[in-house]
Design a binder for this molecule. Structure first.
Ligand SMILES: *Cc1c(COP(=O)(O)O)cnc(C)c1O
Length: 440
């Protein structure tokens, strides 16, 4: 990077956000409720948002941005979609939660089961983290085994036994990657590299009889976007079956985004259990996990595996999810998202070709990633050098100045929504061309 763009101090540029951030830091650790929001990877003051409409968000200082984050995945219809807002408003008027079953959870479960054949039954929770925790618990109960295999670079929420760092090229014993997670908690977690059938086969050779489940994001989207070869995922399907372990697809991002039937449909590979979140909550706190009836039967009250939640399946959250899925289905949402993605790819190709530094577009459907790796877009979790990270930070701020809100980290994926119009895509491509020229 030859120079960073000229920037005013944040307090002058964004006085309202700066003031809120100063207050937040006194009463909230790091000033945020989730770490990546703090802009640590790109520098500067996080922007406090006040409003969203369609593909745009508006900050506390009255600036508007084309939003490429979509709250990290849930807002597949865009911000404040009228169908979602009116359905939720109607539900709200009847009360927010009863702590009893309600019709809306039955309807959402029916929709989920109809779209995702591997899930004969589902249960609702309030986050993706909880969905994964619960799926892993029922997998262990069903198999009577302890070991859990995950992949370096895949994120499955912040449950203790899944906060495990990447190993090197070989299978490694799980070491916690967060303070506060005792080593014995991760002693039953194994970490494998993505894109490596041989490493998976070797692990099953050694410890196959102890493996309860293999969990993977079928399209890893939390360490950049790392599309896997179908052969690799098919090998995991085979290995788990041969060794009596379960395969869990973490579809918290991909479920109802990549296709109606998620990555499982996209890949034509059926997992034993799947986890959902983000899109199925339509912007409200919702998670779900589902699988074959025989596995799900282990859950209380029918079975011996405990799982519960005060606000699980509440009518307001269920209604937001239902309204979102209804619009997606009624308007051929998944085809439209794919053609939006393809259009963006066409628009960006000439821009990236003239980029002053290596910048690669990785895209699947409505998910895309601008990879800054000099060596090309990786297929496994690859760390960026300091220089590569600095380029992204400069690009992030240059885009912000041009009214485009990228995720504030070089490792985060961008999300298109149905609210992104052709002119929004052009606006994005133009901003990227200008930003690259400015930071180059
Ligand atoms: C976001 C995410 C989670 C965690 O979901 P939360 O609702 O943030 O707890 C789990 N798995 C994947 C693949 C995710 O992207």
């Amino acid at each position: 990077m030859s120079h960073t763009p000229q920037r005013l101090p944040d307090a002058e540029r964004s006085p309202h956000s700066a003031e809120l951030y100063a207050r937040a830091r006194r009463v909230i650790p790091g000033g945020v409720s989730s770490p990546v929001r703090a802009f640590r990877a790109v520098g500067g003051t996080p922007l406090f948002m006040t409003r969203g409409a369609g593909a745009e968000i508006f900050d506390a200082d009255g600036r508007r941005y084309l939003d490429m984050v979509g709250s990290w995945g849930p807002l597949i219809l865009g911000h404040a979609h009228p169908a979602v807002i009116s359905a939720v408003s109607e539900a709200l008027a009847n009360g927010t939660t009863f702590g009893t079953p309600c019709a809306q959870e039955v309807q959402l479960a029916e929709r989920l089961v109809a779209a995702y054949p591997a899930a004969e039954q589902v249960r609702f929770v309030s986050s993706g983290t909880e969905a994964v925790m619960s799926a892993v618990r029922v997998a262990r109960a069903f198999t009577g085994r302890d070991l859990l295999v995950k992949f370096a670079g895949c994120y499955h929420g912040h449950a203790d036994h899944l906060l495990v760092a990447a190993g090197s090229g070989l299978a490694t014993f799980g070491r916690p990657s967060s303070a506060g997670v005792p080593e014995p908690f991760t002693a039953c977690t194994r970490v494998l590299p993505l894109d490596d059938e041989a490493a998976a086969a070797a692990l099953f050779e050694r410890e196959g009889t102890r493996v309860a489940a293999v969990i993977i994001e079928p399209l890893p989207a939390n360490h950049g976007l790392l599309p896997q070869r179908r052969d690799f995922l098919a090998a995991l399907r085979r290995l788990t079956r041969v060794h009596g372990a379960l395969l869990i697809f973490d579809e918290v991002i991909t479920g109802f985004r990549l296709a109606r039937g998620g990555a499982a449909q996209w890949l034509d590979i059926a997992p034993d259990l799947a986890t959902f979140g983000k899109v199925i909550g339509g912007g409200m706190p919702v998670g779900a996990f589902g699988g074959a009836r025989a596995i799900m039967a282990r859950l209380a009250p029918d079975g011996d595996t405990y799982q519960a939640g005060t606000l699980s399946g509440n009518p307001v959250a269920m209604t937001a999810g239902l309204a979102t899925l209804e619009v997606l289905e009624r308007t051929a949402g998944w085809e439209r998202l794919e053609s939006s993605g393809a259009e963006l790819e066409r628009l960006l190709q000439p821009v990236l070709a003239r980029s002053p530094f290596p910048l690669h577009l990785v895209r699947q459907g409505s998910l895309f990633w601008l990879a800054c790796h000099e060596a090309g877009a990786p297929r496994t979790a690859a760390t960026l050098s300091a220089a590569e990270s600095a380029r992204f930070a400069a690009l992030f701020h240059a885009m912000l100045e041009r009214g485009v809100y990228l995720p504030p980290s070089a490792y985060e994926t961008c999300f298109l929504s149905l609210a992104h119009s052709s002119s929004d895509l052009t606006r994005f491509a133009t901003a990227l061309r200008e930003s690259l020229a400015a930071v180059g």
